[in-house]
Each structure stands twice: as C-alpha cells, then as structure tokens.
Design a protein. Structure first.
Length: 326
C-alpha cells in the first residue's frame, strides 16, 4: 500500500515540485496551503488540497490524520522582504508540525532546512553535514532560524516518529513564482548582473531537490542531515553563465572584501525605502565561498548526478519569459 503523504507549503517552489514528484511516484498526496495561496503550480496535479497553516495546530492535526510521511517545506523563504516573520514561521511552525505529527501517529517527517543552517566554512573548507552552525544570531537571522528549526524537529523525534533533515542549497528552475533564488535570473535579464564578489555558492536544480526529498523519505537515516546540492560556482562564474543565457554583458564590476561592509550598510538603508533583490546580510554572506560536499546524499540516498546549473538557469529564464515577468 502506498504511503499517504502530506506536503506543508505545497503551493511554494519546493513544495509544488515535490507534490509533482510524489504524484509521479504514485503516492497519495495531501497539499497543505493557506487560503490566500496561489495554487497555479498545483492545478494539474491529482492532489488533495487542504487549507491550513503551520501556525494553526488544529489545522495541522486535521491534515495529518491518516498520514504516514510529512514533508515540511513551508517556510518564509523571502526573508529579506519580511524579516520579522522568519523566526515564527521557521521555529514555531516546525514545533507545531512536529507536535501534530506525534499526535497523529505520523511515522516520518522530512524537514526541509537549508544550506544556511550549516553556517559558514573556513577559507578553503568545504561544507558537509557535520559542520556546526557558527554564526552569531544577528549576523544572519534567517540562517539562525533555520538552524533552530532543525533543533526543534530533532528534539521532538523518537517514540515511533523519525525525522530526516534535507539541506537544499540555492534552488533554481522553472516555477519559482515568489522569485526567491530566481531573482538572480530576473535581475540578470534586466541588466543588473554586472556586479560580483569573490565568494561563491552551491546551486541545485529544483527537480533534484524534489527527488532528493522522496529519496530521504525512503532511504534516509533517522536524525541525519542530507545536503541536496548541485554545482559549486563562484559568483563570477554563475553570473557569467546567466549573462550568456539572458543575452547580457558578463559581470565586470568586482566588489572586494573591504568594500562589502559599506555596501551592505547602504543596502540596508535603501532597502527600507524601496524593494531590492537582496539585503545587507546576503551581500555579507556573498563574500564567503559556500561550497559543499554532496557525496553523503548521493551515497546514502542513491541520488544520480545532479543536473547542471546552466540547465536550471535556462529553465528558470524560460519560465519567467512565459509568465511575462521578463
């Protein structure tokens, strides 16, 4: 008998892609979403739509009754736009999901965290699942909230309830309606991808993230983290690829390390007046090379080679073109 699954945050980028992967695998899917959520990404999927909120425990219990696996993808991903709500969504929301899962006899929760929850590597170091979070809370509040959400999930595991944590890196591809990671594609298409720092990051295709979640449900070890990642690229490399896709000039303006504190402070001031594609915290983080080792996920979850960044970026660009965004 197929496992009955619930996806929180089902109308979001990762949530909707995961619903599609679960449906393609023949699993019954309940899609939890708020009453105000756009369901455009779910319209063609045979899912049971359930209105609820991770901050409303009663709605979670209703949604989880009879469920075997819960994929907790709901999050305040646009943290730079709504910083005040990040902590409550990440930490309180996860606590509520875990309490409801325990009350309903759920067997396994796959908790979607983030690469950000691993902190920052030392120069020349590659992040892996063993890395301890090492940032002061005020330095990057979103990362701290994601780390604390992991602790909430793990603390409530046991007595028949497993928790497996996924740590996606920067996720890209078609369907990012809220323009989270996809904002880099949009800004590049608008001619704003000419600036780069000396840092870098790991980027992953949305389909690899969805497939990684299903593999974590089937094969992941309780209490373990799994980095779901793709390519390690410097910011100059990734914006050069984006420039080729969108038909713009490659990045040419380098922001060096000593310039970043001042530039970040300016972003924070301007960001109070107008909407920007990034904030000061993100610029400070961009100075680091957030490269990671994804071999544990490939080995233990049986994942295939990840799709290239160029494919993910091209699909994101094509999707935004279809939507009339660019």
């Amino acid at each position: 008998m197929a496992e009955t699954t619930l996806v929180t945050g089902a109308s979001g980028f990762i949530g909707a892609a995961l619903c599609r992967t679960l449906c393609e695998a023949g699993l019954p899917v309940r899609a939890l979403h708020r009453s105000t959520s756009s369901l455009a990404l779910l319209m063609d999927l045979p899912v049971e739509r359930i209105v609820g909120d991770i901050l409303d425990e009663a709605s979670l219990v209703r949604a989880m009754t009879g469920v075997t696996w819960v994929f907790h993808t709901a999050a305040q991903s646009d943290y730079w736009r709504n910083p005040a709500s990040v902590w409550r969504s990440a930490v309180e929301g996860t606590r509520n999901v875990m309490e409801a899962a325990r009350a309903c006899g759920v067997r396994r929760v796959i908790h979607t965290s983030s690469l950000a929850a691993l902190g920052i590597p030392a120069p020349g170091e590659i992040l892996d699942e063993r890395h301890a979070f090492n940032l002061p809370p005020h330095r990057f509040p979103y990362a701290h909230a994601k780390y604390q959400a992991e602790q909430e999930a793990l603390a409530r595991a046991g007595d028949g309830l497993d928790v497996v944590i996924s740590n996606p890196t920067v996720v890209l591809g078609g369907g990012d309606a809220h323009q989270i990671s996809g904002s880099m594609v949009i800004e590049s298409a608008r001619g704003l991808g000419f600036v780069y720092t000396d840092g870098g990051v790991n980027l992953v295709h949305i389909t690899d993230v969805a497939e990684g979640h299903l593999a974590a449900a089937r094969r992941g070890r309780p209490g373990e983290r799994y980095i779901l990642g793709g390519e390690n690229l410097t910011h100059r490399e990734l914006f050069t690829i984006l420039a080729a896709i969108v038909g713009r000039r490659p990045p040419w303006l380098r922001i060096t390390g000593w310039m970043i504190p001042t530039a970040a402070a300016v972003l924070e001031i301007v960001g109070r007046l107008i909407r920007l594609p990034l904030n000061g915290d993100q610029l400070r983080m961009s100075a680091h090379r957030l490269f990671c080792d994804t071999s544990k996920a490939r080995r233990e979850l049986g994942l295939t080679a990840p799709r290239p960044f160029r494919q993910a970026a091209q699909e994101a660009y094509d999707w935004y073109r279809e939507q009339g965004v660019i």
